[in-house]
Write a protein that binds this ligand. Structure first.
Ligand SMILES: *[C@@H]1O[C@H](CO)[C@@H](O)[C@H](O)[C@H]1NC(C)=O
Ligand SMILES: *[C@@H]1O[C@H](CO)[C@@H](O)[C@H](O)[C@H]1NC(C)=O
Ligand SMILES: *[C@@H]1O[C@H](CO)[C@@H](O)[C@H](O)[C@H]1NC(C)=O
Ligand SMILES: *[C@@H]1O[C@H](CO)[C@@H](O)[C@H](O)[C@H]1NC(C)=O
Ligand SMILES: *[C@@H]1O[C@H](CO)[C@@H](O)[C@H](O)[C@H]1NC(C)=O
Ligand SMILES: *[C@@H]1O[C@H](CO)[C@@H](O)[C@H](O)[C@H]1NC(C)=O
Length: 495
């Protein structure tokens, strides 16, 4: 009896070990490994309306791999963007202190010294540099002064070009979605063949569109060639300065002041005092500025909830009348036909999210978006407040923002129904925010090599094969033993 139990135990044990081993082999090695030492990197995204800090982390031994840099934490700087401190530069530096102090806590102390720290400023500072190069230099000097007081490896505060902003947003989106290269479960790299995602970013002062294209670039200013992981990418990109939401709202208000006694994009029943400096102080409204105006004077403006007039006011932001190339988006800017899937983030996401989540309007097609825009632009102030309580200061501006987004995508960039159905609106991919910041850091820290990582898991792969064979052999042995057992039991009972 004891012998019988024992003889059954051995094959069963073998089978269990073999099965368990095979199962374990099927789990990606990444997940079963001990967490290796981490490295960190910090990027301050100094946008026109506010600054965000992102802390990224990655395993120290896998610098050249992909899909492994993740977002560790983030922080929103209170107050306006650094460009709003033109008259008080030191205030710009001071505004960052709270988030930097958080970074001191979020990054382990022994890693402080080796952690790169970047500040990149975008269209708000581009505009300030246009109106007052001196003020923009002072602001950058002030933030530099603050950043150098921290133990991190500070690598500079600078203004990104619109082209860089667009391309780094594209790199971020495709990196997070593992479109460049992917870590397979057998411990090898492979290049997914699903095509690159176009990227659309809508900030406070500019908007960017970036996508891979096979069409030849008729304007070299719109073409960027990239070599990532041994693959060549030809990317179209353009950044429209003054087409971010805050600047668009100023331009619409200036337009309303020129031609209407009220603002057609604001809800009926809403009125407010507008200081002329707030409207005309920006270079984006220079063309609409009266020859003389009292900058501290205020005018009273009321809304009129007029979807059609609002639309024509928004359409005046686009100039379709001249194009020196075979085709243009608007304002004489070359653009090949939009192609492939797109991700639209930042204010694109917030605007669409308001329409769907708060207002409960469907926006799956361009036609639905158009109807949703008319619906929200036709609401009175009290109706709007009743439907969207707690939306705060942005509420009167959603009609203008939604009308602009709709016109920009359809008329401006030329998305038709089919193209529009390939656009997803989202602000995050996994745990990480989609924006230019991650792509910027990946590039500056050389975390994306030009050449492919190759088979650097070669040794792992061969040991994986040996283990696979071993466990399979165990299973087979167990089966053979069991079979023999069954046969001998049969012949014993036959006797
Ligand atoms: C990453 O790649 C670069 C060259 O592309 C090389 O110099 C560097 O040593 C690599 N780093 C690691 C950790 O493999
Ligand atoms: C400001 O603009 C000028 C002219 O385009 C440029 O040369 C300069 O580098 C800009 N300043 C900064 C800090 O980027
Ligand atoms: C400008 O407007 C302010 C506020 O309305 C007023 O006090 C001031 O007298 C005006 N200045 C001129 C020159 O009109
Ligand atoms: C559109 O652009 C063209 C060429 O730049 C210019 O001549 C025309 O005045 C512009 N139209 C408007 C309405 O701004
Ligand atoms: C706007 O709303 C009013 C009623 O509140 C309605 O009569 C009108 O048809 C609507 N206009 C549009 C363009 O939807
Ligand atoms: C990324 O960095 C490399 C140098 O490290 C540079 O040559 C390249 O132009 C950068 N890419 C972009 C899109 O700026």
């Amino acid at each position: 009896m004891a012998r019988k139990v024992l003889s059954l135990l051995l094959p069963l044990l073998l089978a269990a070990v073999g099965l368990a081993g095979l199962l374990l082999l099927c789990i990606p090695t990444r997940d079963v490994r001990e967490p290796p030492a981490l490295k960190y990197g910090i990027v301050l995204d100094a946008g026109s309306s506010h600054t965000s800090m992102f802390i990224y982390k990655w395993p120290a031994d896998k610098e050249n791999d992909t899909g492994i840099v993740g977002q560790h934490s983030s922080c929103n700087v209170h107050g306006g963007g650094i460009s709003s401190y033109a008259d008080n530069p030191s205030g710009a530096g001071q505004s960052l202190v709270k988030c930097l102090d958080q970074a001191l806590r979020d990054v382990p102390k022994e890693r402080h010294v080796g952690t790169p720290l970047y500040l990149g400023a975008t269209a708000g500072m581009r505009l300030l540099n246009l109106t007052s190069p001196e003020a923009s230099a002072n602001v950058l000097a002030a933030v530099t002064q603050t950043l150098t007081q921290y133990p991190f490896d500070f690598r500079g505060a600078r203004i990104l070009s619109g082209q860089e902003e667009g391309v780094f947003g594209w790199v971020t989106a495709n990196y997070l979605l593992e479109n460049f290269i992917k870590y397979g479960w057998v411990g090898r790299w492979f290049r997914p063949r699903k095509g690159m995602l176009g990227a659309m970013d809508l900030g406070g002062a500019s908007t960017q569109i970036t996508f891979e294209t096979a069409s030849p670039a008729e304007d070299p200013a719109n073409e960027v060639q990239l070599r990532l992981y041994g693959q060549h990418y030809r990317v179209y990109t353009h950044s429209f300065l003054c087409y971010g939401t805050d600047q668009v709202l100023k331009r619409l208000l200036a337009g309303a002041l020129q031609t209407h006694s009220s603002h057609p994009c604001w809800p009926k029943g809403y009125f407010t005092q507008v200081q002329l400096q707030d409207v005309y102080g920006s270079p984006c409204t220079a063309a609409q500025r009266p020859p003389t105006f009292n900058s501290s004077a205020k005018v009273s403006v009321s809304g009129s909830s007029d979807p059609a007039l609002c639309r024509s006011l928004v359409l005046r932001l686009f100039n379709f009348s001249s194009c020196g190339f075979s085709r243009c988006s608007f304002n004489g800017i070359f653009q090949p036909p939009v192609a492939g899937n797109f991700i639209a983030f930042s204010a694109f996401f917030y605007t669409m999210d308001f329409l769907t989540t708060v207002m409960g309007l469907p926006v799956a097609t361009l036609r639905q978006l158009e109807a949703a825009v008319v619906t929200i632009c036709n609401q009175t102030w009290s109706e709007l407040q009743a439907r969207a309580p707690g939306e705060g200061a942005h509420l009167p501006n959603y009609c203008a923002a939604a009308t602009f987004v709709q016109q920009l995508l359809s008329r401006g960039y030329g998305f038709d129904e089919r193209g529009f159905s390939s656009v997803t609106f989202q602000k995050k991919a996994g745990d990480a925010a989609v924006g230019w910041a991650l792509g910027y850091m990946l590039n500056l820290t050389n975390l994306i090599p030009a050449d492919p990582p190759g088979l650097r898991k070669g040794t792992n792969f061969s040991s994986w094969v040996v283990l696979l064979l071993l466990f399979a052999a165990m299973l087979v042995a167990a089966l053979v033993l069991l079979l023999r057992q069954a046969r001998s039991a049969k012949s014993a009972s036959a006797i």
